[in-house]
Design a protein around this ligand. Structure first.
Ligand SMILES: Cc1ncc(CO)c(N)n1
Length: 222
């Protein structure tokens, strides 16, 4: 049963994953057609997102029933804050934005919605629900990273972004979370399993919307 959990969850979002791979933001990373303004929008919003994501992971850590998983999620909080912030600082400097300019750019609607959703799901749900809510962030990026690595990018900045998620280190992090997910799925009641699926599917939708928002240079309409 254990292996089935990840397969069943992925089956629910395989269409969304395909739509992410076909999105002009994502195809633009490898065919070089993605404008720097769109990538800049994405990186700035992702900085905001990652700060909320780290807090959501801290929620998973707090709910973990065993110390190994408490440690794992706590480490990922550090990874999300430190490693990603470093990547972002580097990328943003190259995109011509300083820390102050970045801080002045507000959270846009999709980022706000996705971040709020993750924080609510991880604060109010069970451990299994919380893990299911954060799983698409890990897993979709690992799959998208692998997918894009096969194509490669003519733009060094985009290639650096791809390398982060396609890299062995990130792939191993995702595998560890999938192992936890398989165990949680195998022990979940029918009701909890339905909640896991719903959380997972909703976050996957937000992942597509996040790329789409950057592509549209989304802003508040009023
Ligand atoms: C929106 C989003 N989802 C997932 C990841 C992967 O950590 C990220 N950096 N940003």
């Amino acid at each position: 049963m254990a292996e089935r959990t990840r397969e069943l969850l992925w089956a629910d979002i395989s269409q969304i994953y395909r739509q992410i791979c076909e999105h002009p933001f994502v195809t633009g990373l490898t065919d070089g057609s993605l404008g720097q303004d769109r990538f800049r929008h994405y990186i700035v919003q992702d900085g905001h997102y990652l700060r909320a994501y780290a807090r959501a992971l801290a929620g998973c850590a707090a709910k973990a029933p065993v110390e190994s998983e408490l440690m794992m999620f706590a480490e990922h909080v550090g990874v999300a804050i430190a490693a990603e912030a470093e990547l972002h600082a580097g990328l943003l400097a190259e995109l011509g934005l300083g820390a102050e300019q970045v801080a002045a750019l507000p959270v846009t609607p999709t980022t706000q919605a996705y971040a709020s959703y993750l924080l609510a799901a991880t604060a109010s749900g069970s451990y299994a629900e919380a893990v299911a809510a954060v799983l698409p962030c890990y897993w979709i990026y690992a799959r998208v990273g692998e997918h894009l690595q096969r194509h490669g990018s003519p733009e060094p900045l985009f290639q650096r972004w791809i390398d982060t998620y396609a890299g062995q280190e990130y792939q191993a992090v995702v595998e560890a979370v999938l192992t936890v997910t398989d165990r949680l799925g195998a022990h979940a009641s029918a009701a909890e399993w339905e909640l896991m699926r719903r959380r997972f599917h909703t976050s996957a939708r937000y992942e597509w919307m996040f790329f789409d928002a950057a592509y549209r240079l989304e802003d508040w309409p009023v």
